[in-house]
Design a protein around this ligand. Sequence first.
Ligand SMILES: *Cc1c(COP(=O)(O)O)cnc(C)c1O
Length: 403
Amino acid sequence: MPVMGEPDALGKFGDFGGRFVPESLIFACQELEDGFKSAWSDASFHDEFEEILSSFGGRPTPITYCARLSSKLGVNIYLKREDLAHTGSHKINNVIGQALLAKRMGKQNLIAETGAGQHGVASATAAALMGMKCKVYMGAVDIERQALNVFRMRLLGAEVISVESGAKTLKDAVNDAMRAWVSEVETTHYCLGSVMGPHPYPWMVREFQSIIGKEAASQWEKLVGKGSPDYVVACVGGGSNAAGTFAGFAEAGSALIGVEAAGGAALSFGVKGVVHGMASSILQDEYGQINEAHSISAGLDYPGVGPEHAYLAQIKRAKYASANDGEVLMAFKVLSQLEGIIPALESAHAIAWVINAAKSGEIEPGLNVLITLSGRGDKDVAQVSELLGGFSGAGPGLEEIDI
Ligand SMILES: *Cc1c(COP(=O)(O)O)cnc(C)c1O
């Protein structure tokens, strides 16, 4: 049995996953499972998926060796560059897969949820490419905070629907998107943004994202030679870039490390519960109420995590750690100044963990570390500049960093 194989007949990875949805959604999930199984066993679907990701999505993304950072840390750092994919992150892999699948299943419309707006922009992009209609559910609070991404989605032809329930953020947007899906399932596919939600989403999204890990594993052989990295590290929000990366190395000897935001560390501090149709590790209070997650990076502000990560943690195949906002800001500056790469704040969590682990000796000198750089930081520079005291010159806090 492969470590990251198919879930069981109930859609479970060990004790986690499943399909905890109202009766009215069972049909939609089953139809999607059947559609995905048929597509994923069809070579022509794979060909079309890979062709679009290459001619439109910018794949394959390269692996970059970080010479200066490596020499500072005494370990060899390699980055898998999802920041160079179209729309600036790994999210394009998943939305192209789901949009293609929706078309194959005869659906003309996409709906999606979004928090920071990145998945909404990616979904709107896929819809524009394929001539589909797209509606994006977004919390009213997030609409306020992410005006630029709201404009991007509208520019791409999508309709942005303001979600006024609950805390008016990502968690509520997922609930409303699922409700909307039930009422228009004949014509509409729900394009969910990470390895979460009811079966088959966690499995399906991991399969679409596994192109990251498979590509990296074959590039690794050419670049570094036989064997695999000693450490494979990725940030974890819902967990899709990490799951896609781990899928390429789960059978190898690599240590797999997922790095959460300290304020949203569902694996480090969560308990088993059910949210958004899945059983997983979740941040909740003693009454089972879901806690709000808080992080400097909106893309990691999710109170749960994909069920397969809860499973990989339980069987101890992967380890999960967290990085706090201060460590993340430092890593953001380090990668910018030492390597000429401005990372997404989400990705900077993975960098931050590696810097700390190399300095503390947890990663032994001379070992090889592959980090998935899930996205680029252009979307984050205004926020970081505010935190660092403005754009003027180098500004306080942007002096050469000594690590
Ligand atoms: C959305 C996002 C994430 C978090 O999502 P995962 O499903 O955990 O991968 C991480 N990095 C970037 C750049 C993102 O846009």
